[in-house]
Design a protein around this ligand. Structure first.
Ligand code: CTP
Ligand code: ZN
Length: 153
């Protein structure tokens, strides 16, 4: 197959997350809470050749659109990603992700004593810094490997 776009077949309705930084697709699936259960059809391309990025990942999720929280956290690990909403096999909407000022949920605070990780959890809330994110409740900063702090719901 010579056309790289055809390595993963087109979908009818759902979301194509394109131009994901090479190697980040599995983290994108974690952000979306996709673990193979639940019967959602998902196609994944990892290190697919791309003119713009050298190598990119691509995730196609059938029958589902993404929440703003999911897109916000996604932007932290895949800053060049494009979100394509597909309806009836056509690209109905295309958005570039942008780095948000803050993210709610999806990430969990690494501080075991943080109020957001205690028995009666409240949603996590992080301020987005130039590099990394800072917990609004306990000021813990996650600088590296943000993907390691994706909470599995
Ligand atoms: N796509 C898909 N199913 C469809 C339509 C599009 O899986 N029914 C995928 C394409 O394979 C591509 C992405 O959605 O990976 C965006 O489609 P399109 O805008 O047609 O491609 P490009 O013009 O290459 O996008 P860009 O300019 O964002 O690179
Ligand atoms: Zn905290």
């Amino acid at each position: 197959m010579t056309d790289p776009e055809l390595r993963v077949s087109k979908i009818e309705d759902g979301t194509v997350i394109d131009h994901i930084s090479g190697g980040q697709a599995l983290n994108v699936l974690a952000i979306l809470g996709i673990d193979g259960s639940g019967g959602v059809a998902v196609s994944v391309g990892i290190n697919v050749p791309s003119d713009r990025l050298g190598g990119k990942d691509i995730v196609k999720v059938e029958g589902r659109e993404l929440s703003q929280n999911e897109v916000d956290v996604l932007s932290l690990i895949a800053p060049a990603a494009t979100i394509n909403i597909i309806r009836d096999f056509e690209v109905a909407e295309k958005h570039r992700v942008s780095r948000p000022g803050e993210v709610t949920g999806v990430l969990s605070c690494p501080n075991a004593n943080c109020i957001t990780t205690e028995a009666e959890p409240i949603d996590s809330h992080f301020e987005v810094l130039g590099e990394g994110v800072r917990c609004r409740y306990c000021d813990t900063i996650i600088r590296e490997s943000i993907a390691d702090h994706i909470s599995v719901a």
